[in-house]
Design a protein around this ligand. Structure first.
Ligand code: AMP
Length: 541
């Protein structure tokens, strides 16, 4: 027997409808690429999104067509996401920090028909356009006054394009499983793969991450998503904030410490979110200027492991609660959040900080398990580490075009490629990427743990650990260090520092000093390039 409730499908446009009806005058503040601050609200955003939907339909964009965006976090980018999905087309965020060859490859693989781009990227796309034959038209996200001379095909400024819409438009009704968004994985191995979100997955994911143990958003919050919309579905903030009617503050292209601090203060932001590198810039600025954070209550840090010193600085110096989050493009993207369950009451000082270093527990809609290489489940004891696998309605089931084939195990779990522990309270802690873990004598050594430890040495600016082939142990760790200016820590010095803080057999076999460690476009250490640098390296025996 079926239930007799209404069939109200989970469509993205219902989010902006709700925001416009219930929170219509709640502000959306945006720093444009033109430099000025613009003020909008949810009612206006919905009206403009409907105009975008109408214009897209007039340009011949249909159900399932991909529309690329190469853009910072601004009001116009937000309006585009809702306008594009409102006619059943698919927003496809392009990461401008990728190499040009990769951007061209991704646009062609996705089959983008239109590309909306910020002023910042006109030069980049002019260089690329000959290699993007399927893109029919480029729309520049600015107004006539700031429109540059450009050779881009069919170029028009977005405001003139949108001015042609009369707003006589309704959202298209769709099955909730319809594709809505496309984001490619950063692809450290092989070609990037497309993750294709649906209306349903985005709505369910946003509802899950709004809950109090997760982002805990409300209409009283002022949310500043610093994490770009082009990173992993913008951490859902383009959906979760409007769903609750929170004020949105969009920082545009300026992500440096002083610019972010200015907006945090002038717009009285209560919650913000980004990767650790961004917060390093803010904390350095605050240290240098003696500035404070008068309204900020919570900072969400994820994308890579949040350093202990960063959590300490935010919490003890600035009174801001740090929430460590973990996720990935394939998970829409948030998978866990380190909020405090009652079972952790009583923890204080270093023990509490230890807990906050964990990546946290999943919301309803995300199930987790850890397994060994044979797929056998491992215990949740906080010590045993294994491959972290997840399933849920907002976790990828396939990649675009079925690239990579079958990606789920027999129980429907997706292998995250991360290695983790889970403790008895359900808190997950990442110990490594599966491909970076060092396999020594049948046991695993966490490269991340060694890196974090080495980073605590006063002479070390940056540290990376890779496995080097070893005749007896299979692999042993090599510690690669960028020293601080004028310093040269030696092997004995570093080993003395690390001894006693990790198992003895985890100590690196050698230390090499380098001028720089290679990074990926998203700022993480590029282990593939580092392994290449040390391809012929052999330990002295
Ligand atoms: P991406 O799909 O590009 O967002 O990358 C996802 C990967 O980033 C995850 O599989 C993790 O390896 C890493 N990651 C994300 N958040 C964290 C975190 N809080 N701590 C450690 N690693 C993280």
């Amino acid at each position: 027997m079926l239930g007799l409730m209404q069939d109200w499908s989970l469509l993205i446009h219902r989010i902006i409808d709700h925001a416009a009806i219930q929170h219509g005058s709640r502000e959306i503040v945006s720093r444009g690429t033109e430099g000025m601050i613009r003020r909008s609200d949810y009612a206006r955003t919905r009206r403009r999104a409907l105009g975008i939907a109408q214009q897209l339909a007039r340009d011949g964009i249909r159900l399932g067509d991909r529309v690329g965006t190469l853009a910072w976090n601004t009001d116009r980018h937000l309006e585009l996401w809702y306008g594009i999905t409102g006619i059943g087309a698919i927003y496809h965020t392009l990461n401008p920090r990728l190499f040009e060859d990769q951007i061209a490859w991704i646009v062609n693989h996705a089959g983008d028909r239109l590309i909306f781009l910020d002023l910042t990227f006109v030069g980049l796309v002019e260089r690329l356009q000959e290699r993007l034959p399927a893109v029919e038209r480029f729309i520049i996200m600015t107004d006539p006054a700031h429109m540059p001379e450009t050779s881009l095909r069919g170029a028009i400024d977005m405001e003139s394009w949108l001015a042609m819409a009369d707003g006589d438009m309704a959202w298209v009704d769709l099955p909730e499983q319809t594709a809505a968004g496309l984001c490619y994985t950063s692809g450290t191995t092989g070609n990037p793969k497309g993750v294709l979100y649906s209306h349903r997955s985005n709505v369910l994911h946003a509802m899950a991450v709004c809950t109090p143990d997760f982002l805990g958003l409300s209409s009283r919050d002022a949310v500043m998503p610093v994490v770009p919309l082009f990173h992993a579905n913008g951490w859902s903030l383009a959906f979760s904030a409007p769903m609750t009617g929170a004020k949105l503050v969009l920082p545009g292209p300026k992500l440096d410490g002083p610019s972010l601090h200015g907006l945090l203060e002038s717009e009285q932001v209560s919650l913000t979110a980004a990767v650790p590198t961004v917060w390093l810039g803010l904390l350095q600025h605050l240290d240098a200027t003696g500035g404070g954070l008068s309204s900020l209550k919570r900072v969400v840090i994820g994308g890579s492991a949040c350093p202990r010193a960063m959590t300490e600085a935010f919490e003890t110096r600035y009174g801001v609660t740090v929430a460590h989050a973990w996720g990935m493009t394939e998970m829409s993207p948030l998978g866990s959040f380190c909020s405090l369950k009652p079972a952790t009451d009583g923890l204080a000082g270093e023990a509490l900080l230890d807990l906050k270093m964990k990546q946290g527990h999943p919301p309803f809609t995300v199930e987790m398990k850890i397994t060994d290489d044979e797929g056998r489940r491992l215990p949740w004891d906080g010590r045993t580490f294994g491959r972290l696998k997840v399933r849920g309605p907002a976790v990828a089931g396939h990649y675009m075009n079925d690239d990579g084939g079958d990606i789920l195990d027999g129980e429907g779990f997706f292998d995250t490629g991360d290695v983790a522990t889970i403790d008895a309270n359900g808190y997950m802690a990442i110990t490594d990427r599966a491909k970076d873990v060092i396999k020594s004598g049948g046991e695993w050594i966490s490269s991340i743990e060694l890196e974090n430890l080495a980073m605590g040495h006063p002479d070390v600016a940056e540290a990376a650990v890779i496995g080097i082939a070893h005749p007896k142990w299979d692999e042993r760790p090599l510690l690669v260090i960028v020293p601080k200016p004028g310093r040269a820590p030696d092997h004995d010095d570093l080993m003395a520092f690390m001894t006693g803080r990790i198992a003895k057999w985890w100590l690196p076999d050698a230390v090499e000093l380098v001028d720089a460690i290679p990074h990926t476009a998203t700022g993480t250490i590029k282990k593939t390039a580092l392994r290449e640098m040390f391809r012929d390296y052999r330990f002295r025996v």
